[in-house]
Design a protein around this ligand. Structure first.
Ligand SMILES: C[S@@+](CC[C@H](N)C(=O)[O-])C[C@H]1O[C@@H](n2cnc3c(N)ncnc32)[C@H](O)[C@@H]1O
Length: 260
């Protein structure tokens, strides 16, 4: 669910991108924010980069104000983690390795946001949970190819078609060994998922977040995942146990309570 201001900002940013992509060297354009810019797309000089940054800054700030209305400089509003949140963190090449080699086998697992089922297939084959509860508002795109088809048939996997928080709240507190969260990436959406998931995961369990980033370069919208995760770590004493890379830097983090 996007706030209107984000839609406006994203469309302006897209417009700016189109102008730049179609521009010829040394052509003047009026683009985002009503700024008149002269951009040579083949020019990698510092001046050209400064011009591009000047063009984007007001659009970026407008979008980021949906995360923090007081932000007055891009990149300044994310609460930063301290050494104690990071010193045990392992860096992994991708989320598949996290799921297949590092997360506990068996047990009870939930995935918030399943879409076509790509990651659900990895969870089933890689972590072999005793129960996998898939949660999504819409399963019309789910591809029921193996191992999902067989898991649904046997009852190992269960579809919970509902809003993520409403679905999570149907389980007892401390029910899950780990929860994979990849649903609504807005700050508002991810913080409500965090509150429900922290209640429903075991005290020594893990919360895993896809898209630990503050800006989706594919969709040109802000994501609130870093903001929400860092706030939880700082406020309630969780630490990063794993950080996984991704080819487009839509990275994952797995976090655990410090006192577990
Ligand atoms: C990025 S996709 C999930 C992709 C999947 N985890 C994977 O990696 O293969 C996000 C999914 O979250 C679902 N979603 C978004 N907001 C939701 C909410 N509030 N409750 C439940 N599902 C939600 C969408 O319907 C969509 O299918």
């Amino acid at each position: 669910m996007r706030l209107p201001v984000v839609t406006v900002a994203a469309s302006r940013l897209r417009a700016a991108g189109k102008v730049l992509a179609g521009s010829t060297p040394e052509t003047n354009h009026t683009a985002a924010g009503g700024l008149t810019v002269s951009v040579d797309p083949t020019d990698a000089s510092a001046a050209a980069r400064r011009e591009w940054a000047t063009l984007l800054a007001p659009v970026w700030l407008e979008a980021m104000k949906t995360l923090d209305p007081n932000v007055d400089y891009p990149y300044s509003m994310i609460p930063m983690l301290a050494r104690e949140h990071l010193e045990k963190c392992r860096l992994l090449p991708n989320r598949e390795e996290l799921i297949t080699k590092h997360l506990p086998k068996g047990g009870r697992v939930a995935e918030v946001g399943t879409f076509r089922g790509h990651n659900a297939r990895t969870i089933l084959s890689g972590a072999q949970p005793d129960e996998l509860h898939l949660i999504d508002v819409d399963f019309s795109q789910l591809e029921r190819t193996e191992p999902i088809g067989a898991a649904l048939q046997s009852g190992q996997a269960v579809l919970n078609q509902n809003d993520s928080v409403a679905a999570l709240l149907t389980f007892p507190d401390g029910y899950f060994d780990w929860i994979y969260i990849d649903g609504d990436h807005s700050y508002e959406g991810v913080t409500r998922d965090i509150a429900a998931a922290a209640q429903k995961v075991k005290h020594d369990g893990l919360l895993v977040f896809n898209d630990y980033t503050y800006w989706s370069h594919a969709e040109l919208v802000p994501y609130g995942v870093i903001h929400g995760v860092n706030e939880l770590c700082l406020r309630e004493g969780w630490y990063l146990e794993y950080y996984t890379l991704d080819s487009l830097m839509y990275c994952d983090v797995a976090i655990r309570r410090m006192n577990s």
